[in-house]
Design a protein around this ligand. Sequence first.
Ligand code: SF4
Length: 312
Amino acid sequence: MKHVFGPVPSRRLGLSLGIDLLTPKICTMDCIYCELGPTTDRRIERGRFVDLGELLDELRARLAEGPDVDYVTFSGSGEPTLSLDLGAAIDGVRAVTDAKIAVLTNGSLMTDPDVRKALMKTDVVIPSVDAVSREAFQRINRPAPGLDPEAIVEGIATFTAEFDGEVWLETVIVKGMNDDPQEVARLTAAADLISPAKIHVNTVVRPPAVAGTEAVDDDRLQKIARALGPHAEVIASPNVRSHVFAADSVEVIVDMAARRPVTISDIASVLGVSPGEAAKIVGSLLDGKRLEVVRHGDLLYYVSIARKGEGS
Ligand code: SF4
């Protein structure tokens, strides 16, 4: 499948079926921690990048295979709000499933009323704000020209005030980049203005786009979460219910690893098998040169040789 991936275990959304309205890698930013690698098409102009009819056919086929998913999530190979098809695609998903709909976004285009209108059709919007000062914004997010961090915060706040669903704000803390007290104070002020239902504090969990981009330790992350207020929490490992997936396990693993680096534990959760069984299948895929292994911190991640990814 070209446009539908997973289901993948999401740290926030349980079992989530992903939808990709882009091709790799189109984004308004080029974040140093991005797990998809460098942005190859950095832009702020919206466009049409996939065949929507083909995408909805794929979605129907994947939903028919099962299992039931908790969310259908727009993410994929970059920033989903760059797609002019976003609103129509959300309507298309609603027509074929009762699963909740989420959008992962870097929030940069939520200054645009048309983008906010499309996002109103969802259940959960997860925008990220990693920096409020221009210096930290440039250092971490390396945005396309024309993006202003304070205007982005205002756009997200305007949306949140009007939205019937939930906004879960995410912030990724990078060692030495946005973990100083001044930037944390600016992030706290931004979070107060946006007033989201939840704030997820994250760090560099998976292999980053720029070598040397480092995670902050758990103590510091917990302190930053406390500074961000009572709705903030450090997000934890995948939390998915066990199930048996009907499709071919090997192809599911390759599909997952083509989108984002995955661990043995991620694979075991999705397939509903033991870590030992997941490791055996991964071993055969390494031997067959369909996956390769990357170390990040203390963990080993598996990526497909022809990698795509989950964005924002
Ligand atoms: S992390 Fe998200 S916003 Fe940043 S470059 Fe990757 S896809 Fe774009």
